[in-house]
Design a protein around this ligand. Sequence first.
Ligand code: FAD
Length: 480
Amino acid sequence: MVAPMPGSSWPSGFFEAATALLGNRFTRDSDVLEAYGRDWTKVFTAAPSAVAFTETTDEVAALLKLCHSFDVAVVPSGGRTGLAGGAVAAHGEVVLSLERMRRIDPVDPLARTVRCQAGAVTAAVHEHCAEAGLTWPVDFASAGQSQIGGNIATNAGGVRVVRYGLTRQWVLGLEVVTMAGDVLQLNGDLEKNNTGFDLRQLFIGSEGTLGIITAATLKLAPLPGASRVALLAVQDLRAGLSVFLSARQQVGFELLAFEYLTDECLQLVLKELGTPHPLPSPAPAYVLVEIEIPTATESEAAEAWLGELFERELVVDGVLGASVAQSEELWAYRERISETLSKTGFLHKNDVSVPVRRLADFVDDMHAEFTQRYPHFDIYFFGHVGDGNLHVNVMKPAEMPQADFLEQCHGTDQVLFELINRHRGSISAEHGIGLLKKEFLGYSRGPIELALFRSIKRAFDPKGLLNPGKVFDFAPGDHS
Ligand SMILES: Cc1cc2nc3c(=O)[nH]c(=O)nc-3n(C[C@H](O)[C@H](O)[C@H](O)COP(=O)(O)OP(=O)(O)OC[C@H]3O[C@@H](n4cnc5c(N)ncnc54)[C@H](O)[C@@H]3O)c2cc1C
């Protein structure tokens, strides 16, 4: 439900000025407020005062200038697939949706770049670039809805990080509008530019707290060649990581993805899909491996490696996708986990990382702590383990009231983050901090770092009007 009309407390003249700028693209329609006031987390109450649909960078600049002069807070909104509450407007803010700014320019094959507006949908960029044999190699299950601006603002990761790295590595230039309405062109289309601080990098991963990204020049990679996908049964995460080490030590082929899922996760997805188990008998866990095999030589090397895994008894069983359709089916087992878990019950999610060499010890410690302290909770975990990244999901027992569950999850978070701290990890690997993990940021960032965060915020948004309350709290007069 949308809370009652927070915009009624706007300074006089603001509504008229915003409407004069955007016409009916500045709306207070209650269905629009409800839809655009929240993201995928769905745990926060949507209470925006209006939603603005800009179509040009000039309009973004004019709207921000207006909000700045009237002291009205703004929440940037992309595809709203975020999992940390970063795009939630819960306190009467104006939501600025970039969805009408989705132009994608022709690919530049010489520079291997593409320029697009921030509202371009990630999958649309993939399709556009594929025609030129190139790809923006940031990819995940929500790519059909997420936007380039949102991907950049969250420094998104995904299933190809093990091969290509994070979004940060694939952004050449940014156009950003500050809260005062200044338009910054950061790094243009330059590969090389050593002229002082690289402000572009500050905006990547800033979760909409420093400026609105309106356009970007993206770096592109050659589209990967043919690939094979295998689902390999393993005894546990430690065995899965031995498979990863073995893959890393091979020279004949490249890994495109290396994912981990437990049998509990797979069983839920199979039930949802109504399909039988892909293996004759279930194993405790699985790794999903995608290997690039552009030529017969790589294909032979990959097959020899898979055979060796069985000989060394690192894997106990497995299935190799024999066709594109079968490979997609294997991928669906991994990619549908998030959605299926959300449909199954009420979840408390975490997205953590530790150095990959510490991952197995971290998971052993986590199991020991959770079994001792929270034996009544079912924990589902899976993730991009090649990057040291695990998604840890706690399912609410059916009979437990939601409020009690959330209170107990506060405790599970503390246990988890103490462990993360001990294993020198991060409380948010790729989803960001937003509203959801703000309280725990101190487990990953020290007091001096947080003071520097506030100094940077003050430099770009001294009044604290842009995505207020996200990532860390900031008060305009606060010089701590
Ligand atoms: C099924 C599923 C699977 C997912 N898998 C992954 C995964 O594997 N890896 C991963 O990293 N994430 C994953 N996500 C999370 C999410 O899809 C990413 O964080 C994505 O990058 C968010 O993009 P968005 O456009 O939806 O942003 P939104 O949710 O709209 O916004 C995210 C943040 O960016 C800010 N923002 C949005 N647009 C702009 C802009 N133009 N300028 C400034 N700030 C802006 C918002 O204010 C907010 O703080 C998954 C989500 C789902 C639902």
